[in-house]
Every structure is written in C-alpha cells, then in structure tokens.
Design a binder for this molecule. Sequence first.
Ligand SMILES: Cc1ncc(COP(=O)(O)O)c(C=O)c1O
Length: 401
Amino acid sequence: MKNFKKDFPWFEANKGITYLDSGATTLKPQCVIDFVNKYMIEESYNSHNTDSKYTYSTTKIIYETKEKLANYLGTKAENIIFTPGATYSINMVSQGIKHILNEGDEILLNTLEHASNLLPWFELAKEKKLIIKYIENKDIFLTEDEILSSISPKTRLISFANGTNLIGGSLNAEEISVRIKEKNPNTIICIDGTQYVPLNKMNLMNSKIDFLACSAHKMCAPTGIGLLYLNDEMKKHLKPTIYGGGMNKSIKKDSYSQMDSLAKYEAGTLNILGIYGWNAALDYLNNLDFKDVKNNLFEIKKYLDKEINKIPGFSVINDNVNSYITIFRHETLFSQDLAGYLGQNKIIVRSGFSCAKLAHYNTKYDQFVRVSLYVYSDYEDVDKLIEVLKKYKKGDEINWV
Ligand SMILES: Cc1ncc(COP(=O)(O)O)c(C=O)c1O
C-alpha cells in the first residue's frame, strides 16, 4: 500500500502525534491546501460576479466542482445544491418539505443515527404532529431486511445513514431505495451519506433516493461546505428555507420571484474556499483505488480489534462489523478519562457517543472511545495505540491533569 501520509502535510507539522479521529474530520492533502491558496492569492472573487473574464474563473470552478460531484455520486449537476454541510442539508429537507406532510404521517428512524439525522425530524414531527417510529434492529448495525420489514403503508419518510459514525459499516442505499418504493411508493427516502461517501462512489441516478446529504470535510476538503442531492421529483416540492441574494429573479416592493434553477436554494455567497478545496479533494480521491484502500483499512481494523481484545480490561464493541471505525471500552474507566490518557500520550481519538446518543439501545454500553481510520491510516498508527493501551495502569488517566 502506498504511503499516503506523504500527501498530508499535517504529519510533518505534527511529528510524533497519531491521528485516529478521521470520522470527525479528515486531514487535508497538499493539493487541497494549494488549490484553496490559489483562490485566495490569485482570485478571491465573489461567485455572483460574472461580469468580467477575470471574475468568471471563480464561477467556472464552482460549476466544475458540481460536475465532479455529480460524476462521483452518479447523478447530474442539476440535482446538487451546495450547503454548509450535512447537518444543514438534512435541516433543509425537514423544513423544506413540511408542506407535503400531514398530521399522523410516520417518519421512520433508527437508534444508530447521528444527532443531525434525528433532531431535524424531531422538530418537524413536533411542528406537524407526525409520528416517529424506530426500526427494531437487533445488532449494532442495521440490515437491509430490518429496514424493509419496517416500511408500512403509513411510512411517509425514512431517513438513515448508509454508514454510521459510531459503528461504521455500509448499506447499499441505492438498492434498498428501490425496494422501499416497491413496498410503499409514497415513502420519501433521505440518506445521510456523511460517513459513506468519503470512500464510496454512488449511483444515485439508478436509485429511488429522494435526498442525500454529505459533508466535504469528511473527504479531505475544508469544513463549512457540503451538499444536498435531490431527485427531479423532489425539485417540484422542496421549498427554499433561506432567502436573499442570488436566489431571486426579481424584487418588487411587496414581492419577489425565485430563480427556477437550484440557485434558489443557495442564497448568499457560497463557501467558495470550501468549494475549491472540495474540487481538489475530488481529484485526489478519484485517483485512489477505493477497493484497495478499504480492504487495507478493514484489515487494519481487524488487527486492531484483535489486539485490543487481548489487553486485560479492554474490549471492542463493534468487532463484528466490516468497518474502519472501532469503538472500545475499559471495564471501569470513564471514556473521557481514557481518551484524555491517550491524548496525553499523543494519540487523538474521540470519546463519548460521537453524537449518536441513542446508540446505547443497541450497544448496551453508554460510552466508548472511538478510533476512526481514513486513507492515510496505517499499522504504525494502531500499533502506537495498542502500545499505549498495554502500558495503562490504574490512575494513569489522572496523572497528567
Ligand atoms: C453520520 C453523520 N451524519 C451527519 C454528520 C454531521 O456532519 P456535519 O457536522 O459536517 O454537518 C456527521 C458528522 O460527524 C456524521 O458522521
């Protein structure tokens, strides 16, 4: 496997530190940093200015980035809206389609979801008197059969992640969406692709997915930029939730008209730096062999899980999942203390629930340390973690404070 670390200047800038928190955000390769810098040094234009040949270069990159995203996701640029991130995108859906939902309609969720794929639906349910139902999933992951058997004639909307941020794993949302619509064509399907998209291309065109949300910072690009995919049917229904410059055709003293294109959902100046970064990140990712990269990460995780389970007092919760996320616990230590101990030993991980605060329904335990891998993660990183866990002695977690 190629040494991807060379491409990420973070490692040179942080010698001796081990980064195992890519599920929270990924590091950025040099090509992304360079392209963002190019925009800041050579351009710095507003994308709403297309009046000169100079400023047009910025608009061109924005269009080009949407094209690249469309290719990556197997759709058309005309079905992609830039947003500040996945959280924002899911909120846009919940607020933008409320007029087509009626009191008593059922929303289907599950307890493994990130807060960003729960709370927008809670708020919507409260406002529109909808009923939230949960898929009964037996294990710490969700299966296609569990999803399909939960769809009823009353299911008006389902929202699930095709890869979750606490457990990992992956679901073929494209195929599942077709089967959901066979069972109930009236079900609106929203996919939280935030963890899946960073190492998986998609085929949205051949799916029945209505909405898909994801964030660029989970795939080598800057924070503050993400997207919402919506299919042609949902274009007829989704209402804008933010109003202002760039989304209107005309304004009178007492009324205005909206753009016909998806620009109507992109009011205000876009995060142009973020879009430049995403553009370069897509080039970087498109040059990888995802199958090889994922297989390598799966093997690293398997090795890590085996080694953690051998250390007295420690156990892995999701060692039965093909994933690049490991969650583990110590039989007596509070997870934040354990993460603090690892931090003191120059290892960056995440503690707690990682925003999936209903996951204890599936995991039995209520707090963990999460290790999440990405392209640049290798055996050396996890060996460092194993070494530090092995030398842990009771009380070490407070000795550093
Ligand atoms: C599965 C999942 N959904 C949604 C989000 C929210 O993403 P953002 O904070 O970029 O809006 C995250 C971030 O961790 C996530 O992992």
